[in-house]
Design a protein around this ligand. Structure first.
Ligand code: TPP
Length: 555
């Protein structure tokens, strides 16, 4: 019943790992050839693969794990998906229903351990609940604000027999979807932005999830409003568009932060306005008279910044409604654009080029030039993530995948593998620091086993770079436990797993190494040994306001 329900949901891939408590399901897998099972090397890898798959192709990612340690290994991956609103269905095996709560072998309270990082969860103790809960889980995971749903199925239920009764309609008590846009509020919001002297829109992941990019572009152009994105919202608005403010937040561009801090009307769309966006909340956007918030999740309204106008709605529908009610655009708009241009000139993105070391930007700019706005780039967490976010003019949606909310090191490699399964037609590049890479590097076996065409770009700075930078910049230069000089030889490591790899430590070798990666079919790894002192800029010092951002040194 479980596997048939997955087939009916159109599932193609399951990322999973077997064990005692889910063996009955695994025994039937061979009878369902439409379901392709990818055997991971660690359950965390399965969750990130399902996550990368879902982000790349838009369908829910599916995960299998056994009870106890198997299921608990999913927690970080579930949290990563939950924080970034990624649709996922995780099906875990549980001990027999009459053994629950009796410390049976490999028993753990998986529902309890995961309830704060799942959108919903089910403990299935009776065959009568199947296959209904599987269909409900997909419905909940993929509708409204998407998220992971966990189904914990007792082993005796997996072995029970019953007549299959597929529900014709899903009725989930308390689960209401808001498909309605309040046109009055949409008009007021549109007119507030169009009529403002210094308006700004910030767009988040919700714009990508609702495929609202064309509506956002149309509204912004019609109302003449500059648009910035969050880290997760990258791709929601073309970075090379004249109205683009690029990335916002505490590692955002200088001209974006200046615009936000001087705006008089500010709209958030499809985002939760977290501390990474606001920095010191008391000083956030102090000149704004009207905050507007558009989000499908009503619980986001006023969670961090209280809006004057709320639109609890799907971003695409809301922006579409707003675009037809723009009205008069403020005559002083040209002055606002000129001011933003001046800030762009005054605070450009820049980096040190001539200290004899390979710079991460040297690598990324060449890599991105080859991607030609077509490849999917999956970044890990840390400095590599922010460099990968800032050093390319993303002009299309869905090409940048990263763990923005949870900031999960170890995300990139398995998520890149999942992304490649989800979008086999796309080139997939994985960008990671060596610290995060080794957290899930066992999944290289999966890439090799399936000869996945993914290119792994290690930005190896011999340290936990982002933490090292924080210690240098904000903790008086006291470096504590950030040294990663004792790491494997990554070329040999790759060879041990069965994929080709090269090491690069000078600029002239960057191009040839990327050429080799592009020429090679299947996985390829490049260990770029970059400047160990390279830092991420701009950056807002911890606890400070967006006004206080630091820029890269000029030399
Ligand atoms: C699982 C996990 N543990 C710890 C952290 C805290 N953390 C954030 S960035 C970072 C350093 C990452 O180092 P590396 O992977 O080498 O990337 P770099 O910053 O050097 O690019 C750490 C330890 C985290 N985000 N995730």
């Amino acid at each position: 019943m479980v596997l048939e329900a997955l087939e009916r949901e159109g599932v193609e891939y399951i990322f999973g790992y077997p064990g005692g408590a889910n063996l009955p399901i695994y025994q039937r897998l061979a009878g369902h050839p439409a379901l392709k099972h990818i055997l991971v090397r660690h359950e965390q890898g399965a969750a990130h693969m399902a996550d990368g798959y879902a982000r790349a192709c838009g369908k829910a990612g599916v995960v299998f794990a056994t009870s106890g340690p198997g299921a608990l290994n999913l927690v970080t991956g579930l949290c990563t998906a939950y924080m970034d609103s990624v649709p996922m269905v995780a099906i875990t095996g549980q001990v027999n229903s009459n053994q629950v709560g009796r410390d049976a072998f490999q028993e753990s309270d998986v529902i309890g351990a995961t309830s704060s990082v799942t959108k919903h969860s089910y403990l299935v103790t009776s065959i009568d609940q199947l296959p209904r809960v599987v269909h409900e889980a997909f419905h909940i995971a993929t509708t409204g604000r998407p998220g992971p749903v966990l189904i914990d199925i007792c082993k005796d239920v997996q072995m029970a027999e019953a007549e299959r009764v597929t529900p014709e309609r899903l009725e989930i008590p308390g689960y209401r979807l808001n498909g309605h846009v309040d046109l009055h509020d949409a008009r007021i919001a549109a007119q507030a932005l169009a009529g403002a002297e210094r308006p700004v829109i910030l767009a988040g992941h919700g714009v990508l999830l609702s495929h609202a990019e064309p509506e956002l572009l149309k509204f912004a152009e019609k109302a003449g409003v500059p648009v910035g994105t969050t880290l997760l919202g990258i791709g929601a608005f073309p970075v090379d568009h004249p109205l683009s403010l690029h990335m916002t937040g505490f590692m955002g561009t200088g001209w974006n932060l200046k615009a936000v801090q001087n705006a008089d009307v500010l709209m958030f769309v499809g985002m939760r306005v977290d501390d990474r966006v606001t920095a010191r909340l008391a000083d956030f956007a102090p000149n704004v008279k009207t905050f507007i918030h558009v989000d499908i999740d009503g619980s986001e309204m006023g969670k961090n910044v209280r809006p004057h106008i709320e639109l609890v709605a799907d971003a695409r529908l809301a922006l579409e409604a707003m675009a037809s009610h723009v009205g008069q655009v403020h005559p002083g708009r040209g002055t606002w654009f000129a001011q933003i241009d001046a800030w762009r000139e005054e605070h450009p993105l820049r980096y040190t080029r001539s200290n004899g070391h390979l710079q991460p930007q040297d690598v990324l700019v060449d890599m991105y030039r080859r991607c030609r706005s077509e490849a999917i780039v999956v970044a890990d967490v840390g400095q590599n993530q922010i460099w990968a976010a800032l050093w390319w003019n993303y002009d299309k949606p869905g090409l940048f995948i990263n763990s923005g909310g949870a900031g999960t090191m170890g995300f990139a490699l398995p998520a890149a593998i999942g992304a490649k399964f989800g979008r086999p037609d796309k080139a997939v590049w994985c960008v990671a620091g060596e610290g995060g890479f080794v957290m899930t590097s066992q999944e290289l076996s999966v890439a090799v086993e399936h000869q996945l065409d993914i290119k792994i770009v290690l930005l190896n700075n011999f340290s936990l770079g982002m933490v090292r930078q924080f210690q240098d910049d904000f903790y008086g230069g006291v470096r504590s436990q950030v040294d990663l000089t004792h790491m494997p030889d990554f070329v040999k490591l790759a060879e041990a797993y069965g994929l080709p790899a090269v090491r690069v430590d000078k600029l002239s070798d960057v191009g040839p190494a990327l050429d080799a990666a592009e020429r090679t079919r299947g996985p390829f790894l490049i260990d770029f040994r970059i400047d160990p002192e390279a830092n991420v800029y701009p950056i807002v010092p911890l606890g400070k306001s967006l006004n206080d951002f630091w820029e890269a040194p000029t030399k």
